[in-house]
Design a protein around this ligand. Structure first.
Ligand SMILES: NC(=O)c1ccc[n+]([C@@H]2O[C@H](COP(=O)([O-])OP(=O)(O)OC[C@H]3O[C@@H](n4cnc5c(N)ncnc54)[C@H](OP(=O)(O)O)[C@@H]3O)[C@@H](O)[C@H]2O)c1
Length: 311
């Protein structure tokens, strides 16, 4: 496993972080809790010490399953969870208000069965609460010992000025990035340099399309979000383009004797230095394959091939 120290922290984390969205069990097709638990154990076995979740994933189910899977090993790992998306009364709203932050945090602490969160992320900005108020509250929670660090998610380069006064305080920022989705690469790089933080990529496997197991005839049930057009990686022209990318990945995977998913992960680790790759997994075998994305490098030639086909 490869490790880095997250910017502005003393946290040494694996560059492969286990993503907790599917673990919420909501709208990801058929899932089983015992397989998620097995996946968490396998992740620990292969050296993963970084786990991402959010209060909204399965409305808290992801946090509960993560706590169950980690059990007594909670203190050996870095847990990251998120606040800011508030679901209730049939509505979903963004809420970064100081009162809501502490309420959301206390609920996450309860579900995660812990008395501290290592990194607490603003999932989405609400467009209303001044960032000064959010930072003041997060700093207060840090002083209380409820959180160790805080970070960002889904922030674009045009938002950087808002965060500049707090450069050095936010430790990381998550955004979507993969061979199937390169539109945010400039944002991630700008945030990394201008705010001095660690970039993290979500949807790193293109929600599964970059593993090579889907083709143009794949069909998802109504209980799987990927059946929806907004999951563009699985529909229309974008699907065809992704399958073209997968063909190149297959050749590279054969050459290095790695699973295709490992090539998707390796591409990001090599393309975005000092980054961390988030990958969701449903069962232990997926973790084993994905962990094979670490501890090797793509040649410049292969990196260029992947850059070209995914441009
Ligand atoms: N900050 C944010 O707003 C935000 C947004 C989205 C996600 N995230 C975080 O980022 C993480 C990663 O994103 P994601 O989970 O949405 O998508 P992803 O990692 O791109 O794809 C995950 C899916 O790919 C499939 N898969 C994984 N490993 C595989 C393997 N080795 N072989 C075959 N299939 C495999 C599994 O689904 P199937 O087996 O069903 O194909 C799995 O659920 C999330 O879990 C979450 O923690 C953050």
């Amino acid at each position: 496993m490869e490790y880095i120290t997250l910017k502005n922290t003393d946290l040494r984390v694996s560059r492969f972080c286990m993503g907790g969205c599917p673990m919420g069990g909501y709208n990801w097709g058929k899932v089983q809790e015992d397989e998620f638990i097995g996946a968490i154990h396998k992740a620990l076995d292969v050296g993963v010490n970084f786990f991402d979740t959010a209060d909204t994933y399965g409305l808290g189910q992801s946090e509960r399953t993560l706590a169950k899977g980690l059990g007594s090993r909670r203190n050996e790992v870095i847990i990251e969870t998120k606040f800011g998306v508030r679901v209730g009364g049939g509505k979903t709203v963004y809420d970064n208000s100081p009162e809501y932050i502490e309420e959301a945090l206390d609920s996450s602490l309860r579900r995660l069965n812990t008395d501290y969160i290592d990194i607490y992320l603003i999932h989405y900005r609400d467009g209303v609460t001044p960032i000064d108020d959010v930072v003041e509250k997060l700093t207060h929670l840090q002083e209380k010992g409820k959180i160790r660090y805080f970070g960002l998610s889904n922030i674009k380069k045009e938002d950087i000025d808002e965060f500049k006064p707090y450069k050095g305080l936010f430790v990381n920022c998550q955004d979507e990035f993969s061979l199937a989705c390169r539109k945010n690469e400039n944002d991630l790089r700008a945030l990394q340099t201008e705010l001095d933080l660690t970039p993290m990529t979500w949807g790193s496997l293109g929600q599964g399309i970059l593993t090579g197991k889907y083709d143009r005839n794949s069909v998802f049930g109504n209980d799987d979000r990927r059946s929806l057009d907004i999951y563009v990686n699985f529909h229309g022209e974008k699907l065809l383009k992704n399958l073209e990318i997968v063909e190149v990945m297959k050749k590279i995977a054969t050459k290095y004797e790695k699973p295709i998913s490992a090539v998707a992960i390796r591409y990001i680790l090599d393309f975005l230095p000092e980054s961390v790759v988030l990958c969701g997994a449903k069962r232990p075998e997926q973790i084993i394959q994905n962990a094979e994305g670490t501890d090797w490098s793509l040649s410049c030639e292969d990196l260029n091939l992947l850059n070209e086909v995914s441009k």
